[in-house]
Design a protein around this ligand. Structure first.
Ligand code: X8Z
Ligand code: ZN
Length: 628
């Protein structure tokens, strides 16, 4: 999620991520300029193209340096969660926010000039930021951001002691997630689910204050609110972006509905009709994941009875005692097989790959670039599971993107849009096929293609199940930032969306002071989320295109581009463009298409969709046989 350029840093600058339509001048309230005590520009008289070019060059260099300094402070804060490191990162972010706000204001002086294309794009990107004129507001904003990230990272559920027994140890998120992934005891699942969701109310008031400050900063730059600023980052208007999201969701919804219906039937068989209703939403604690965002942990309960699901990668990795470095080496090996460079030695020296025993860290996986060149790192608490095997490929995707565009000028050292950044590693991970695992010696057998429904179901439980979650998180934030949802209704709105889109329900009544959205990392750390929805669509589009480039014509789920230099070169060509062009051009460089399109995902899962619909028809007839 983190990338090298300050433009993609998730707290202060997460909102800067991409481009609005060129030429859409953002109306700056005169009062904001006055309050900022920043003259629109020092220079007097009519601005010239040469002056604008100098301004842009100077601004992007200074912002890059300050952004990298802030990034370094954040790296330390997330690797050592203490009151002091939070204070240091807040100060660094505040400094960055001051400069980016001032720069955005000054940039307006050049808005009527006819600049070369690249400069015009940079000028537009420079204005996609918050602008908080008041130093106190900036300080408060930065401190709240650091505090919430730290609070999330160190939160734990401390179970009460049973009568007469010793108090059990407090459980960090990783342990709670493991219970949700492996236990089939609905009471235990509910306990850990509720236990984790009882932690976020501690920073609900901070979040509400943060939203107010953020909106103040967005409005000062002429945006309706921070949600509109986020939606302006896609080379189109915020309204057009909302429509794009909805269009893509409608494309994939029938596939999701089939998966949801099948899952509910199978969970009803496993847990009984008193726990899982015959229709309507599924209780969220039964889906194998704290946020019900991916359901692959349910595979043992849901797998087709008559089909071979292939070898269990988690069991294999555990059995072989594959350590964090070995997991990362497997991922690196995929990228180098495509013709990309080996990771620099500093990556291995400076990354955090294992959860430390003796200090608090933010374990949520992230990828960082600390110098805009090659000081790239991962921070992740790796365990030997199939899930982490995928996640480390995901994180290295961020780093290979960073490395590929490091030759661009600072403003363009970023993904074509943030969905692209999230899609790179996932695209590579789609090539982790049974044939590939056999090729690298991780497995011994390769199931017959007639047995593909099992693996397809497994992948759908990760990727298809994710889609409505990927959509609703920011639907909620757009409403919160837009002011339609006030703090008293945070949970009501959150669960209305969870029920409407995901079809999941809260496993207990909403507490009065609840903040369930805040139990998700990206809300606590204010990382935009629509990017993951886009990435889930884009990765199949990229995969289809790379397989085509490799000359592959069979079913998409059997395609691995491992070792294919031609596909690698095509991918690399897009990665090297960074953000220098509007994203449709980057998409075209790989796929030949200039629209995001879920048909690649639908093609990939077409055999599964047919199978699910047949199963659902059968199960509907036999539902009377489920446990009472
Ligand atoms: O946050 C992440 C990555 C880091 S960018 C591990 N992901 C989202 C999540 O965990 O909620 C990847 C998929 C969605
Ligand atoms: Zn990511």
């Amino acid at each position: 999620m983190k990338t090298n350029h300050p433009m993609t840093r998730r707290t202060l600058v997460a909102t800067l991520v991409a481009a609005a339509c060129a030429g859409s001048a953002l109306a700056l309230p005169a009062s904001a300029a006055a309050a900022a005590k920043v003259s629109p520009a020092k220079a007097q008289g009519k601005p010239t193209v040469a002056e604008a070019e100098r301004f842009i060059k100077d601004a992007e260099e200074k912002l890059e340096q300050l952004g990298l300094d802030a990034q370094r402070a954040e790296w330390v804060a997330e690797n050592f969660i203490t009151i002091d490191t939070q204070s240091i990162t807040a100060q660094a972010n505040e400094g960055y926010l001051t400069l980016s706000g001032e720069t955005a204001l000054k940039a307006r002086r050049y808005k009527d000039l006819k600049l070369p294309e690249a400069s015009a794009r940079k000028l537009m990107l420079l204005q996609q930021t918050l602008m908080l004129p008041d130093a106190q507001d900036r300080g408060a904003y930065a401190r709240l951001a650091a505090g919430m990230t730290g609070a999330y990272g160190s939160a734990k559920y401390c179970p009460a002691a049973a009568a007469g027994a010793a108090k059990p140890a407090c459980m960090p998120l990783g342990e709670l997630e493991k219970v949700l992934a492996t236990s089939h005891d609905p009471n235990r699942l509910k306990e850990v689910w509720l236990g984790w969701h009882a932690q976020s109310p501690a920073y609900k008031a901070d979040y509400a204050k943060y939203v107010e400050l953020s909106n103040k900063g967005a409005r000062a730059m002429g945006y309706a609110d921070t949600g509109a600023l986020w939606r302006s980052g896609y080379d189109m208007s915020p309204e057009a972006f909302s429509s794009e999201m909805e269009r893509l969701w409608q494309q994939v919804k029938p596939l999701y509905d089939s998966l949801h219906t099948y899952t509910r039937f199978k969970l009803r068989q496993a847990y009984g009709a008193s726990v899982v209703p015959a229709s309507g939403p599924i209780p969220a604690h039964l889906l194998g994941n704290m946020w019900a965002q991916s359901w692959d942990n349910l595979y043992p309960l849901l797998k087709p009875a008559t089909k071979d699901g292939g070898e269990d990668l988690t069991a294999l990795l555990e059995e072989r005692k594959t350590d964090a470095v070995a997991m990362t080496r497997y991922a690196e090996g995929f990228y180098t097989s495509l013709g990309m460079r080996a990771l620099p030695a500093t990556f291995w020296d400076r990354s955090l790959l294992v959860k430390p025993r003796d200090r608090e860290v933010v374990c949520h996986a992230s990828a960082w670039d600390l110098d805009g060149k090659d000081d790239v790192r991962v921070k992740m608490c790796i365990t030997p599971t199939a899930e982490d095997f995928r996640v480390i490929h995901h994180e290295l995707g961020h780093l290979y993107y960073d490395l590929a565009y490091s030759g661009q000028s600072p403003m363009f050292k970023n993904g074509a849009n943030d969905g692209f950044h999230e899609a790179i590693g996932d695209t590579v991970a789609l090539s982790i096929t049974p044939a590939y695992l056999k090729q690298i010696g991780l497995t011994k057998t390769e199931p017959d293609p007639s047995q593909d429904i099992g693996p397809l179901l497994y992948t759908a439980l990760q990727k298809v199940a994710f889609l409505p979650f990927g959509y609703m998180v920011d639907k909620w934030r757009w409403q919160v930032y837009g002011g339609q949802v006030k703090p008293a209704d945070y949970d009501k709105a959150w669960w209305a969306l969870k029920e409407q889109y995901q079809g999941v329900s809260r496993p207990g009544p909403m507490p009065a002071d609840g903040f369930d959205a805040g139990a998700k990392f990206h809300v606590a750390s204010d990382t935009p989320y629509a990017r993951y929805f886009l990435a889930h669509v884009l990765q199949f589009q990229f995969h289809r295109a790379l397989c085509r480039e490799a000359g592959y014509t069979g079913p998409l789920n059997r395609c691995s581009v491992y070792g294919n230099k031609k596909a690698g070169a095509r991918f690399q060509q897009m990665l090297a463009m960074g953000k220098s062009k509007p994203w449709p051009e980057a998409l075209k460089a790989v796929t030949g298409e200039d629209r995001m399109d879920a048909t690649a995902m639908l093609d990939y899962f077409a055999p599964l969709k047919a199978w699910l619909d047949a199963q659902n028809a059968e199960l509907a007839k036999t539902d009377a046989s489920v446990k009472p």
